[in-house]
Design a binder for this molecule. Structure first.
Ligand code: MN
Ligand code: MN
Length: 269
């Protein structure tokens, strides 16, 4: 089974800073910079010179218009998975997850989404913008794209977003109460990693520094649990890396490591 890697350089509806459009190239540079090898922690060698199990489709060309970008991303993702491949996308800000999940959910019924983030991203709109990166999971749940949405790392709940979580039946595991465990998962699973789930001490290259977050180890262990759950990982994305805020490419290297682990999960299907 092949996995397609897709770069989605889009940040026109980020609410605070632009920059995540630069992330796909930053993650690729970190992957191939020579400072680390291509193996997952379990020892699966993902070196593109050694395996044809995955292919990089490169970056989409996207203008700022939100509706147009969503359409292009959805169409590209649909085409990428048409042969049964898994999909690993490099964002971009978090709105890109909406069209990616649109494509995935057309192919996989009863989808479960596992979402790592400081923020629940459940706003109906942010300052009138329904394409904001604060809104993707409201759009996904309104459209009935997921049977379950589980959120981890959350530490910025607002009264409105708590209402939205109740309305959509979101399983929010607020980080202050999290026991480190991922509940049992079944069927097709999509994993979306917002880099700000991590504490800014581990991942400073993000737009919204929200203290009190996950360690890199906690996130890697959670991803490992998803892999061990018996569920089928059909797609994943890494979003919200902002290279303009990074320090010594620290966050890009964390994103590259998460990339390898997610790619390993997708390939073990
Ligand atoms: Mn997010
Ligand atoms: Mn976030």
């Amino acid at each position: 089974m092949t996995v397609k890697v897709l770069g989605v350089p889009y940040d026109a509806h980020s609410s605070y800073l632009r920059g995540p459009a630069l992330a796909p190239s930053a993650i690729r540079a970190a992957l191939s910079c020579g400072s680390a090898n291509w193996c997952t922690e379990s020892g699966m060698d993902l070196d593109p010179a050694q395996t044809d199990a995955w292919v990089d489709l490169g970056d989409l060309a996207l203008a700022d218009d939100g509706a147009a970008a969503v359409g292009i991303i959805r169409a590209a993702a649909t085409k990428a998975i048409a042969d049964g491949s898994g999909l690993l996308s490099l964002g971009g800000d978090h709105i890109v997850t909406w069209p990616l999940v649109q494509a995935i959910s057309e192919r996989h019924d009863d989808l479960t989404i596992v979402h790592f983030d400081a923020h629940p991203d459940l706003y109906d709109h942010l300052d009138g913008d329904r394409f904001s990166h604060a809104c993707p999971f409201a759009r996904i749940m309104e459209e009935g794209r997921a049977a379950r949405l589980l959120q981890f790392g959350i530490r910025t709940m607002t009264p409105h977003q708590r209402e939205q979580a109740d309305r959509f039946g979101v399983e929010v595991h607020e980080f202050r109460d999290w026991d480190g465990m991922i509940p049992a998962l079944h069927g097709p699973v999509y994993v979306t990693v917002d880099m700000d789930a991590l504490d800014p001490a581990f991942a400073p290259g993000i737009s919204h520094h929200e203290p009190g977050g996950m360690s890199t180890r906690q996130l890697l262990d959670a991803i490992r649990q998803i892999g061990d759950s018996g569920a089928t990982i059909v797609g994943a994305d890494i979003v919200e890396l902002n290279p303009t805020r990074d320090v010594n490419d620290t966050t890009a290297m964390v994103a590259a490591k998460i990339f390898r682990e997610l790619l390993g999960l997708l390939l073990q299907r």
